[in-house]
Design a protein around this ligand. Structure first.
Ligand SMILES: Nc1ncnc2c1ncn2[C@@H]1O[C@H](COP(=O)(O)OP(=O)(O)OP(=O)(O)O)[C@@H](O)[C@H]1O
Ligand SMILES: [Mg+2]
Length: 370
């Protein structure tokens, strides 16, 4: 397919170019659509977040999330098309997140994409959410066509590479030998690091989502004030539930309260400075844990030529500072968005993946990347 488009040979691979993909993402609490050209160039990127709805609950309610997706799905897609100055006949393919994520949320996105693919006779690609997060690192907001310009040979990750995926539901290190070729190097045995940021923020009484709140509070805190232990996890796996409990115990100890004291009440006893210091100490420890595992992975995979970081937590400035040589997505593309779905689908197509059947596409709320 795409044989009528220009092709270019780059880094051992033929690329089609001029390919416009509509990417649709609804795996959790963002309704997003984007038009991406050649997997690298964003023509539009529309994200409607449900954060304001879930702030008062302190977390996502799956049924409410699904209903909210339904309300804004088509307006978001229409805006993505109009922002990109694209009519349907200019779109070459549709890509949608089909796994993993919240069941109801995935259903709304995939049912919409399936219907549009049938209606407009477009090939449909089903993309794994973590792949999409990784491919946010290939996206730029450059207006020039990357494949036509020198930019393309510029600052892009080089294979083989290590990808650190740090999000609300996942914490994994992946080894990528090439486009769309993934191997799991390490994974969390319990909580994801983003989940840990969210839970620690709750203990400290900081607003949802916890990651940005902790990062902001940490700016005013002393990161050396509280010593928090690093979990002893063998090999390259992670564990973050112990770190959350360590914060809980440290807060109780600091306040001279027993370990039976309910966690939801602790925030009422903490001073502002104590909150800032706990936020800073926690963030420092979480970042150190991630960096240690990346360093160990580099020892195990000495041929890795790049490190890319992806997922919501990759927006974290302390993490960006701690890994100065790693690739990070544009901060606006760290969280869920449709552009990364379009980018991932483009490279799937380049690797020979066939479109999926829009009449039978299924969703997989819990499925591994490999
Ligand atoms: N600046 C930040 N620092 C730390 N964490 C952050 C920051 N910004 C966002 N996060 C965290 O990122 C997570 C959301 O990321 P993302 O949207 O990728 O997760 P998700 O899509 O819900 O989960 P998954 O991608 O695993 O399915 C939340 O846990 C949030 O607290
Ligand atoms: Mg995500």
């Amino acid at each position: 397919m795409f044989c009528q488009w220009k092709v270019a040979f780059y880094r051992g691979m033929w690329y089609n170019f001029g390919v416009k993909i509509l990417g649709i993402e609804t795996s959790c609490d963002e309704t997003a659509a984007s038009v991406v050209e050649d997997g690298v160039r964003i023509l539009s990127n529309v994200v409607v977040s449900q954060i304001d709805i879930f702030k008062e609950y302190g977390g996502v309610i799956p049924e409410v999330a699904a209903r909210s997706h339904l309300e804004v799905m088509m307006p978001v897609i229409n805006k993505a098309l109009s922002d990109a100055d694209c009519s349907w006949d200019m779109i070459d393919a549709i890509a949608v997140t089909h796994a993993p994520g919240l069941l109801g949320s995935l259903l709304i996105g995939t049912l919409t994409a399936r219907t549009l693919a049938i209606l407009h006779n477009k090939p449909l690609y089903a993309v794994h959410h973590l792949k999409s997060h990784v491919y946010a690192n290939w996206l730029s907001s450059e207006k020039s066509s990357a494949l036509e310009s020198e930019d393309f040979s510029g600052n892009l990750p080089t294979f083989p590479l290590l990808a650190l995926v740090v999000s609300g539901g996942h914490t994994q290190i992946l080894y990528m030998s090439g486009h769309n070729r993934f191997e799991i190097v390490g994974t969390t045995v319990d909580d994801a690091v983003g989940e840990c940021f969210d839970k620690v923020a709750k203990i400290l009484g900081l607003p949802y989502p916890g990651g940005p709140s902790i990062a902001e509070a940490a700016l005013k805190g002393d990161a050396l004030k509280y010593h928090l232990p690093h979990p002893k996890v063998p090999n390259l796996d992670f564990s973050f539930s112990g770190l959350k409990t360590a914060v809980l115990r440290a807060v109780q100890k600091e306040l001279n309260l027993p370990i039976s004291h309910p966690s939801h009440d602790l925030k009422n006893h903490l001073s502002e400075q104590q909150i800032y210091d706990f936020a800073a100490s926690f963030q420092k420890t979480a970042v150190e844990i991630l960096c240690e595992k990346i360093e160990k992975s580099k020892e195990k995979y000495p041929d890795a030529r790049s490190v890319v970081v992806a997922g919501g937590v990759s927006a974290n400035k302390a993490l960006r500072t701690a890994l100065p040589e790693a690739f990070f997505p544009l901060p606006t593309l760290s969280g869920d968005n449709g552009a990364m779905v379009g980018a991932a689908a483009y490279y799937e197509i380049q690797s020979g993946v066939s479109p999926t059947d829009p009449y039978t596409l299924n969703i997989y709320p819990r499925i591994s990347i490999v």
